[in-house]
Design a protein around this ligand. Structure first.
Ligand SMILES: Cc1cc2nc3c(=O)[nH]c(=O)nc-3n(C[C@H](O)[C@H](O)[C@H](O)COP(=O)(O)O)c2cc1C
Length: 234
């Protein structure tokens, strides 16, 4: 089974979690006998070839990160230029991953993706969603590999089925909402660790201010007290 995989992360390959996840997915997929070609929408020069591959193949997989509850702009732009398929039979699957751990965070994007293939004269072959992927690249190779381990099995499964069956996808997504006990644990300990960790990440990225700085607080305060700055009521 040959697949055209289109990575719709706007990040450069070297910095992309989607890329790390895709590599693990391909480990399982190719190990089980599948073949694939991968195109990157972050590399504009690849768009004509990616479009051609979409037009000429029947098994397509889009791999993408969740950006502001939905699909990245770069993917939307690519899809806008895709002509619908003339012949029926093309199956399109999606692998959607995001930063927040609860599967519920990805449901809005999932619903939107489900509606997409029909617009291009294709069928939807399933959507795999997974949260808690924010740290895949930042956590280093060893932890990153552990976090992406489930994708190896997903790749294997994909060869046999040509898509993501609903039951398997549901189990793969993990908890819809975090259990109360875990939320309490997070408030007690996790949030302090996370604050420290995010501070380190921010420093690495060149951030000089405090992460909990609220430079616009006075503006928000004046709105709360009744009316916006131009005098209209809110
Ligand atoms: C601009 C932006 C918006 C994001 N919005 C969401 C979001 O709404 N929900 C979520 O769970 N994660 C969100 N994330 C986290 C990414 O989905 C997550 O870190 C993903 O693994 C990034 O993959 P990439 O490195 O291939 O871009 C956002 C990240 C960025 C940079």
């Amino acid at each position: 089974m040959h697949f055209v995989i289109i990575s719709a992360s706007p990040r450069a390959r070297a910095k992309s979690n989607t890329e790390k996840i895709l590599r693990r997915f391909l480990e399982g997929f190719e190990g089980a006998g599948g073949t694939a070609e991968v195109w990157y929408l972050a590399e504009r020069g690849q768009w004509p070839k990616a479009r051609e591959a979409f037009e000429q193949n029947e098994h397509i997989l889009f791999a993408l990160p969740l950006f502001v509850e939905n699909i990245p702009g770069v993917m939307l732009e690519f899809l806008e230029g895709l002509p619908p398929k003339r012949e029926p039979g093309t199956k399109v699957a999606f692998l959607l991953q995001g930063g927040f751990p609860e599967a519920s965070q990805l449901r809005c994007g999932e619903r939107y993706l489900k509606s997409l293939p029909a617009r291009f004269g294709c069928e939807c072959a399933g959507i795999l969603i997974k949260g808690d992927m924010f740290g895949v690249r930042l956590m280093g190779d060893k932890l990153g590999e552990k976090m992406t381990e489930p994708f190896v099995e997903a790749g294997r499964l994909f060869v046999g089925t040509g898509g993501f069956p609903q039951d398997a996808a549901r189990a793969f997504a993990g908890p819809e909402y975090m259990p109360q006990a875990e939320i309490k644990r997070f408030h007690r300990l996790g949030r302090h660790l996370q604050k420290f960790f995010m501070g380190q990440v921010a420093k690495k990225l060149g951030c000089k201010g405090k992460l909990d700085a609220q430079p616009y607080l006075s503006e928000v305060g004046s709105v709360k007290e009744g009316g916006s700055r131009d005098g209209t009521q809110q």
